[in-house]
Design a protein. Sequence first.
Length: 288
Amino acid sequence: MSKNPEGKVLITGVHGQLGRALAGICTERGVEFEGRDIDTMDIGDAAAITGWIEGSKPRAVINCAAYTAVDDCESDEDSALRINGAAVGHIATACNTVGARLVQISTDYVFAGDGDRPYREDDPAAPMSAYGRTKLRGEELAVDARRHLVVRTAWLYGHGGRNFVEAIRGQIDGGAESLKVVADQRGCPTYCDDLAEVVLDLMQADINGVVHAVNTGETTWHGFAVAVARLLGLDVEVLQVQTGEFPRPAPRPAYSVLDTSRLSDLLGRSMPPWEDALARYLEVSCAS
C-alpha cells in the first residue's frame, strides 16, 4: 500500500476537463485533494512544482496538466516539451523524495496510428507529431518515479471546457443545416467522468506501469458527430469527409484505438461503452 495511505492527492491541471472530473470524484469518495492549474502554478517551474509536492507530502500526484494545443506544438515544440516532458521529470523526482505515487496522464498520440488492431501497452511508440513526441518524453520521465502509473487515453470530452461534443452542438445551435466531419480517423471517445473513476481505482489499487483506459467500442469522428446529433434529437446532415480535405499543421493518427484488456484484468471490469457515456454526458450537460 501507499506510504501515505491517508495523505492527500495532488492534481495538476485541475481546471481542465479531466482535472475537474477527478476533483468531483475525490469529493464524492471523501478523498482529500488539492489542485493547481496555470493560474496558481507553472508546472514547468521546477522549484514551484517541487516545493508544492515536498511541502504537501501527498500520497499521490495525478498529473493532468499538459500543453494540448496539438497544432501549436508543431511550431512551439520547446514550450510543449517543457510542460509535457521536463515538468514530468521534476514531478517524478519530488514524488521520490516524499514517497508518493506519480499518475501520469498520456495519450494515443504516442502511436503512429497506422495499425490495424487496437494498440496494446507494449506496442512500440512511434509518435508522428510534436505533441506525441513531447507526451512520450513525459512517459519516459514518469518512469523515473519509483512508484508510477501511466494512463493512456484518447478523444477526451468532459464538463467545463471546449471539446468535440460541444463543438458539434455549437454548430447545430448556430443554425448549421449540414456538418462536414472527418470519417477516416478511428478511435475511442472517452468521457472524463468515467476516466476519473478508473484513474482513482488504479491509483488506490497501487497499480504500476502503463494502462490503456478509454470507453469501450470505437468509431470515427463522423460516427461520433452522428451520435451527438441523434442523442440531441436534432435533424442535421452529417457529411463524411477525408482528413486531406482539412489540412492541419500536426498529423493525426488515422487509427488510434486502444486495447483495454489490461485494465479489465486489473479492475475486473471495462469502462462503459462510448455511446452510453455520451448519453450520460449530454443528459448532465443539457440539464445544466
